[in-house]
Design a protein around this ligand. Sequence first.
Ligand code: ADP
Length: 248
Amino acid sequence: DTRHNILLYLEGVNKTFDGFKAIDDFNLYIKEGELRCIIGPNGAGKTTMMDIITGKTRPDSGQVWLGSRLNLLTMTEAQIANAGVGRKFQKPTVIGCLSVWHNLELAMAGPRSVWATFRAKLTGEQKDKLASILTLIQLHDHANIAAGNLSHGQKQWLEIGMLLMQNPKLLLVDEPVAGMTHQEMDRTAELLIGLAGKHSVVVVEHDMDFVRSIDSQVTVMHQGHVLAEGTMSKIQQHPQVIDVYLGG
Ligand code: ADP
């Protein structure tokens, strides 16, 4: 079975907007626990591809599966999220006036009212889980700080932590290091590498130094299609990639 160990499976996916082919016979296979970077120039179709995975956009044709059982094209956005697909957008959406801890607590509860969440006491197990994620995102010393007072990088990590509270199988991460310092970028690479194994992680990123530091398999998108796939050192030598992207 060629789909053995594949968590996310996209095959022959097409999407046209007003006659313009944004996604063109696109294939992507992400293994269980794999960390994959996706790069490509503006307009390559990266956002549309993520929107198709999360159910925000429906393709015109093709296959999109989570594992061998879940046909994502038959599911709503909410169902896809509940099935274990978490997405981190570029702009953080943490609640600034709440503490780091309370942001994580809210994220664990999912879409419930704030009051219902804080009225219910956490079980010991839930507290342990929250504490371990706090350590993972390196905010254990900041649990009681209002999220609004965190640095830009810390807010991004908190948001990744909030996604982790939902036990996602697949994490889609959009430009995680935009606006970060070099030190924050290094920590983010460490964090994402640490998540692989337990979760499949797909990172869309423009920063080449960051992608190089992650050192995972890289998919290069161009005009809605896969132009090249391989390690950064391999695709850097791909003439077409140099033409359309790295050399441009
Ligand atoms: P990327 O994220 O790689 O920059 P996008 O997926 O945002 O690329 O866009 C791919 C192409 O599809 C672009 O040319 C964009 O203008 C077009 N596009 C994306 N969404 C829409 C839409 N809702 N309506 C019309 N065109 C769209």
